[in-house]
Design a protein around this ligand. Structure first.
Ligand SMILES: [Zn+2]
Length: 386
């Protein structure tokens, strides 16, 4: 039998309290019965609907009370109104809390289960080589400089003392950007064939003395094979100051190679030609694979015998050609003379090496393509041991 508001005849305090007690007991019981949103709404409307809710009905008590009881009845009615509002609200809160708990239970994860094991990444062997070589020069006080991969003819060739008809500009070697015939030659864009344009770009921005190391990607129109790739990486260096001599070049590079390959390697220089250095040299390091002997020893097929075989990386010469270098040609300084590079006052040396080639030698890789075709089985070998 659902609760209905009784008509009061006796307005004494005792009678009022009794009626209030009954009402509150019914309120609690119905609040507890509200199990979901729909039944809570029904409950709320039954008690609080403006037109015919129970709260509206108990106003009748006030209306029918005799004058001397109106104060007590009014107080009681107000208290009951507050209690009803509070209970209705609390019932809603209880339902919401329970819904939240249910959701949490549904979304619960067992944190004691083993997790998903993600493979640990590894530094790519070429990037690792670049980072190691760069850090050798950083320790010598060099800073790192970078520049655009799409370069103008001016920075890639002209300002580096490549005359207009120099064979290096040939389309067979250089990848030019198409449809630039209407532009003057020096403004035409190409994929830089070496990192050397960054030398000029840096000298335009910074006054001497200057010591920079330049790692970066370069492109040449070479069909891919075991030792060629249309995209590869270089590391260059440039030092400019007053009184820089060829001895500084030799001392710096000899120290750098010992830092990189180990203190036992020796260096050797032989004359060469580059348009932007004069004199120019190629530097070789003693073969760090065979120790300079040109021969490698291995275990022979008969137990206990030692077998000697030719060292392939150095082609049995005991020396490996590692970089090109030289004293910066005064003509190159001529292009940045206005920024303090007066060829009569400053001198400098530059060097450049192929990062991929060094990585090939260092890790005993026999095909440059392996670096770039993204085979995880190859790259995994360079990851941390697990
Ligand atoms: Zn060797």
């Amino acid at each position: 039998m659902p609760y209905t508001v009784p008509k009061l005849k006796d307005f004494s305090l005792a009678s009022l309290n009794k009626a209030a007690e009954k009402l509150l007991a019914a309120l609690e019981k119905e609040a507890a019965a509200a199990k979901d949103d729909a039944s809570w709404k029904e409950f709320r409307d039954r008690w609080m609907a403006r037109k015919d809710g129970i709260l509206t009905s108990i106003n009748e008590w006030l209306k029918s009370a005799p004058k001397e009881s109106k104060r007590d009845v009014g107080q009681s009615v107000n208290q009951l109104k507050a209690a009803v509002e509070h209970t209705v609200e609390a019932a809603q809160q209880r339902l919401q809390n329970r819904a939240g708990e249910l959701r949490l239970t549904a979304e619960r994860v067992d944190i004691t289960l083993p997790g998903i094991r993600r493979p640990v990444g590894a530094e790519h062997p070429v990037i690792k080589t670049i980072n190691e070589m760069v850090s050798v020069f950083r320790n010598l006080g060099y800073s790192v400089a970078e520049g655009p991969v799409i370069e103008s003819d001016y920075y890639n060739f002209e300002s580096l003392n490549f005359p207009p008809n120099h064979p290096a500009r040939d389309t067979q070697d250089t990848l030019f950007i198409a449809r630039q015939e209407s532009k003057p030659l020096r403004e035409r864009l190409l994929l830089r064939t070496h990192t050397s344009p960054v030398q000029i770009r840096t000298m335009e921005k910074m006054k001497p003395p200057l010591r920079i190391v330049i790692p970066g990607t370069v492109h040449r129109n070479d069909p891919p094979d075991a030792s060629h790739s249309p995209m590869f990486h270089q590391i260059e260096g440039l030092a400019v100051d007053t009184n820089i001599t060829f001895s500084d070049l030799k001392g710096t590079l000899d120290h750098a190679m010992k830092m990189f390959f180990g203190s036992s390697v020796k260096t050797s220089f032989r004359p060469s030609f580059f348009p932007f250095t004069e004199p120019s040299a190629e530097m070789m390091v003693s073969c760090f694979i065979c120790g300079g002997s040109g021969k490698r020893t291995g275990v022979g097929s008969v137990a206990g015998t030692i077998r000697e075989e030719p060292c392939r990386p150095c082609k049995q010469t005991g020396w490996i050609e590692i970089l090109g270098c030289g004293m910066v040609d005064p003509n190159v300084f001529g292009f940045v003379k206005d920024n303090g590079y007066d060829p009569k006052k400053v001198s400098g040396f530059a060097f450049g090496m192929g990062a991929d080639r060094i990585a090939i030698l260092k890790y005993g890789v026999d095909d440059i393509q392996l670096f770039f075709n993204g085979d995880v089985r190859f790259l995994r070998q360079f990851g941390a041991s697990r």
